[in-house]
Design a protein around this ligand. Structure first.
Ligand SMILES: [Zn+2]
Ligand SMILES: [Zn+2]
Length: 273
């Protein structure tokens, strides 16, 4: 059977929201047992040469991530490819990364949907307003695809998937997003050749009874129609969850209508990262 053998979105103890025990060595052991061929660490980060970081990001400059490379020096990696990236930020149309960041990391994924960061990512007039929230998601997604620094990043983390909301509230937001808006997003991503993430943590947090007719699937359907490519990201914040998500990834991808074959281009492209 075709298997997905990469995970490009993993948090270590260097992310303030991750487990203090989330050591690279533990993930590497897991990855080998799970049969992964590539694991990519993407701690939260802001490029300190860019003004405008929130206090949470001010304490997480991208330069601190260079230290991770030391952690694998004495570890037997066998055949496993380990890459060191970062999860950046697109905060109310401000990209918190520049070329400077690539001195410290191998690749970048950028989210546009950390809309639980109200007043920083999500503009204040969109708070508790599902229609404006919906418009913000669509506009921020498209403008990220068209960004003048688009070449800096590999993919978009949890695209069109607002973080930290109940499924009921996500559905309310999606009720204001038409299929033609989603097609516009998908075409922008395709045009810009951006890899889109299938985020296992987000699906895992949605109760299984809501998996059928999941609103976010409409976005992935549009992306498949447009011919976009996808990569897998567990978004694990500790090693146990990392194992669980990978052991169940086939079931977790079903609600968004993806299977292993949708990841073959990414699997190949990763060799170049
Ligand atoms: Zn994220
Ligand atoms: Zn993350």
């Amino acid at each position: 059977m075709n298997m997905i053998k990469h995970d490009l979105h993993v948090h270590t103890h260097l992310s303030s929201c991750a487990s203090r025990e989330a050591f690279i060595s533990g993930y590497i052991e897991n990855a080998k047992e799970l049969g992964l061929t590539t694991i990519g660490f993407t701690d939260h980060a802001w490029d300190e040469t860019i003004d405008g970081a929130s206090p949470w990001y001010q304490s997480q400059p991208v330069s601190r991530l260079l230290a991770r490379k030391e952690e694998i020096k004495n570890i037997d990696l066998s055949e496993l490819k380990v890459i060191f990236g970062a999860e950046g930020e697109y905060a109310n149309f401000l990209l918190g990364m520049s070329e400077n960041a690539l001195e410290f990391v191998d690749y970048l994924i950028i989210p546009h949907s950390h809309t639980h960061m109200k007043g920083f990512v999500l503009p204040t007039d969109c708070i508790d307003n599902p229609e404006k929230h919906a418009n913000y998601l669509v506009k921020s997604f498209i403008s990220l695809c068209l960004h003048k620094n688009r070449d800096l990043f590999f993919g978009i983390a949890h695209p069109m998937s607002p973080v930290g909301m109940t499924v009921e509230n996500i559905e309310k937001v999606y009720s204001f997003i038409t299929d033609s808006m989603l097609d516009e997003c998908a075409n922008a991503a395709k045009e810009a050749n951006i890899f889109l993430e299938a985020n296992l943590s987000i699906i895992n947090k949605i109760p299984p009874e809501a998996w059928e007719n999941l609103c976010i699937k409409r976005f992935y359907d549009s992306c498949k129609r447009a011919g976009c490519n996808f990569y897998l990201g567990s978004d694990a914040h500790n090693a146990q969850t990392h194992t669980y998500l990978h052991e169940n990834y086939i079931e977790l991808l079903e609600p968004i209508g993806l299977d292993s074959y949708d990841f073959t281009v990414a699997q190949r492209h990763i060799q170049t990262l």
